[in-house]
Write a protein that binds this ligand. Sequence first.
Ligand SMILES: Cc1cc2nc3c(=O)[nH]c(=O)nc-3n(C[C@H](O)[C@H](O)[C@H](O)COP(=O)(O)OP(=O)(O)OC[C@H]3O[C@@H](n4cnc5c(N)ncnc54)[C@H](O)[C@@H]3O)c2cc1C
Length: 445
Amino acid sequence: MQRIKYDAIIVGARAAGAVMAALLARENFRVLLVDRVTFPKTTLSCPLTFGNTFEILQRIGVLEKIQALGAPKLRLYQTQIGDVHLRGRMLPYAGFDYAYQIRRELYDEVIFNHVAQMPNVETRLGFNVTELIWEKGRVVGVRGARSAVRGRVGGGDEIEIFADAVIGADGVFSTIAERVNAKKYNVIPGHTCIYFAYYENVKPAASEPTATIYYDAGEHFAFVTANSDSELTVISISLPATQFERVRQNYKNVHFEYAQKIPEMGERMREAKRVTPVYGVSPRDSFYREPFGNGWVLIGDAAYYKDPLPGQGIHDALRAAELATQAFVEYRAQGKTARAWNDALRVYHKTRDRETKAMYELTNFYADLERPRTPQEMDFFRAIASSPKWSSIYVSMFNGVTSVKWFQRLDTMMRILLGWKWGRLKAKLFRVPPIENKERTNATA
Ligand SMILES: Cc1cc2nc3c(=O)[nH]c(=O)nc-3n(C[C@H](O)[C@H](O)[C@H](O)COP(=O)(O)OP(=O)(O)OC[C@H]3O[C@@H](n4cnc5c(N)ncnc54)[C@H](O)[C@@H]3O)c2cc1C
């Protein structure tokens, strides 16, 4: 049998895999990018992406093509909990002061097509990787067969493909992670289930495109809406994990049903029409996986998964692609030895864990929808919401401008709280009006 040898085979050709293929190809490595599906193809995800993602997409030359999809730029980010309405503008990350909400079938296809025509990249779609090939304790390739796509029958003759490294970018239920028995750590049981769909004719939440989250502390749910491509609005509801089976009985109506519990949302959905199926995501554990071993590397959701509520998955997937590429370049520069491999990949592992720790903890805090909200927590939130400056700094944790660790430091929190309390005291003593957050939703204008 002929041994076709690539520098890397990447299994999974969406966010993580396609971007890593592009980054490796730019370093003159020969890459094979495979996926069991063909594009366009949707997936269980309704993503907001931010400036820190656009910066990486710009680097591989695809950002203009994403922008050409014409999705509205979301500059205003709103969170409502009970009577507290926080409205903040994203501070620019690398010059990008907006987010996008674009359907995955468009987003992934644009990126894949761009990467597929790059020199050094070969692709194989409709190819299902079933096994890894090992030699002397090292992964040296993959085994797979055609998958059942577009009415085609799957299976048939298996083929073997060889490479210096196999990259698992194959999502949360990663076959590669399973075959190498990659250990999970920091596992947190899934707090939420999610139902999402795209709608027409949803009334806007403000006089400009927005992403808006409504938390209902009493009934424990989070309702996310965002203006998307093609004049659609995505609506996604996160509910406690325990609600998954109950909601499943009548999932098609879930958004209309819960919208009635939030007066503004009920009004916004009065004439809404659903244009996609309602997709349900059952509760999933959050986890880190050990992301490398002899001849294999994991990136994206295969390596690190957390609740989607704060919208960090795609950025984290792209950042992992970037770190893993740097490690591969270093390994090759250091003479392709086992030691060089371990040293370089250890840097990827450590950097990823260090960079994501604070947001991982914050995500799990937010995703615990049944957690009682203390008066102190609500006061802190009220204090942030009262100030346009702090509101912007707060929402800019999600595009990577504000350090989560810094925002959660005691002295930062005290500055926010004391500033708010002092404003209220001044208002009382000297009849000075407290500073008001002038951003308005339609409902409150
Ligand atoms: C409801 C929901 C909402 C979300 N919202 C956001 C958001 O707002 N912002 C955000 O940034 N992230 C969001 N995410 C997370 C985001 O979707 C993921 O983090 C991201 O898709 C991870 O990309 P990936 O490339 O690692 O994996 P995936 O996108 O899962 O892609 C994996 C690919 O691997 C392929 N594959 C799998 N197994 C094999 C195999 N054996 N052989 C060949 N191919 C294989 C699959 O076909 C698939 O195409 C959300 C997720 C969910 C569930």
